[in-house]
Design a protein around this ligand. Structure first.
Ligand SMILES: Nc1ncnc2c1ncn2[C@@H]1O[C@H](COP(=O)(O)OP(=O)(O)OP(=O)(O)O)[C@@H](O)[C@H]1O
Ligand SMILES: [Mg+2]
Length: 322
């Protein structure tokens, strides 16, 4: 099987606090996954679970404490800017902070065209820019000479996607790309990832805490909790037949159409975040409705069931470990 990108036991430890009271947070703990060519892979989980840390390491913004990033045949141990030139582009959460309010949006496109020597003439550059803008439902005419505040958040996010496409990347890393966009426009933007995959064969690492859009757009999904991938597999399997108690809890927290259904769910109190990070056993033990003694002391193994990875002691007895 061809892999476009693989991360192998990627770990990032942050030290917080003063010299006297140091806390270490393992923001990502031996995170391993791969992305296939032309695949949309979602990384989902609640705030602080380590999604952006993973993205920043892949993008080379942050040095991993340990582990490796494998891109094609290259194995990178440290952070390298090389990912950018090798066809990885990032799309960030807030399109308004991606663009300087005092600079017309064209400037960013011209800068990218120049930096990567993408066109031999002004005409060729305009044609290229127009082609990429049309790919996201805009055009050069509508966009040229305008400032960021002349666009809506949704349009601006489309513009930043078009810019990311200028270099013909093989992978887009989109970290919460729609969380600051109007709810009514989210699906259209997420849908764009599917269209771009069809059109250009680009893969997408779609980072989100929204399971509804993740379900709609992605082929496979990894659910993260406190630095660990707790469940990973085909999106249909993971979200329609969740096995990890945390995935089940996340699924239940998606607002239901029927308000009555929302209220009869048990209320589970969250522990302090760092307390969960420091747990020796399963990080979810403090909130898990199925917790047993072993969960509190022994980290759960990765178990494979029907091609889904589940990190949970519940499944230890009746499946093959790897
Ligand atoms: N530069 C840093 N220094 C210290 N701790 C950090 C740093 N960046 C992230 N962390 C911590 O690492 C953990 C993971 O953070 P991260 O930003 O990766 O989470 P996330 O899943 O992207 O969350 P969100 O959904 O809120 O964006 C958090 O506990 C966070 O406080
Ligand atoms: Mg984040």
């Amino acid at each position: 099987m061809e892999k476009l990108l693989e991360v192998d036991r990627l770990t990032k430890v942050y030290s917080l606090g003063s010299m006297i009271s140091r806390t270490r947070i393992t923001a990502t703990d031996h995170v391993s996954f791969y992305i296939k060519p032309a695949e949309i892979f979602a990384l989902a989980g609640e705030s602080g679970c380590g999604k952006s840390t993973t993205a920043r390491m892949i993008l080379g913004f942050e040095e991993p404490t340990s582990g490796a990033i494998i891109h094609g045949s290259k194995r990178e141990v440290g952070a390298r800017k090389v990912w950018f030139t090798e066809g990885v582009q990032a799309i960030f959460q807030d399109p308004f902070s991606t663009f300087n309010p005092l600079t017309t949006v064209d400037w960013y496109f011209w800068e990218t065209v120049q930096n990567y020597k993408l066109a031999g003439s002004k005409q060729a550059a305009i044609a290229l820019i127009d082609q990429k803008l049309r790919g996201v439902g805009l055009s050069y005419e509508e966009f040229s000479g305008k400032y960021p505040n002349e666009f809506s958040g949704g349009q601006l996010q489309r513009i930043s996607i078009a810019r990311a496409l200028l270099t013909d990347p093989t992978l887009l890393i989109a970290d919460e790309p729609v969380s600051m966009v109007d709810a009514s426009l989210r699906m259209a933007i997420v849908n764009l990832f599917k269209e771009l995959r069809e059109q250009y064969g680009v893969s997408v690492l779609y980072i989100t805490h929204d399971l509804a859009t993740a379900y709609y757009v992605s082929d496979r999904i990894a659910i993260m909790f406190r630095g660990n991938i707790v469940e990973m597999g085909a999106v249909e399997q993971v979200l329609m037949n969740p096995r990890h108690p945390y995935t089940r809890l996340l699924r239940e927290s998606i607002p239901e159409a029927d308000p009555k259904k929302r209220w009869d769910k048990p209320i589970i109190l969250a522990e302090l975040e760092h307390e969960e990070y420091l747990r020796h056993g399963c990080k979810f033990a403090g909130r898990c409705p199925h917790v047993t003694e072993i969960c509190k002391t022994v980290p759960p193994p990765d178990i494979s069931i029907d091609d889904v990875l589940v990190k949970c002691h519940l499944y230890s007895d009746h499946s093959v470990q790897f």
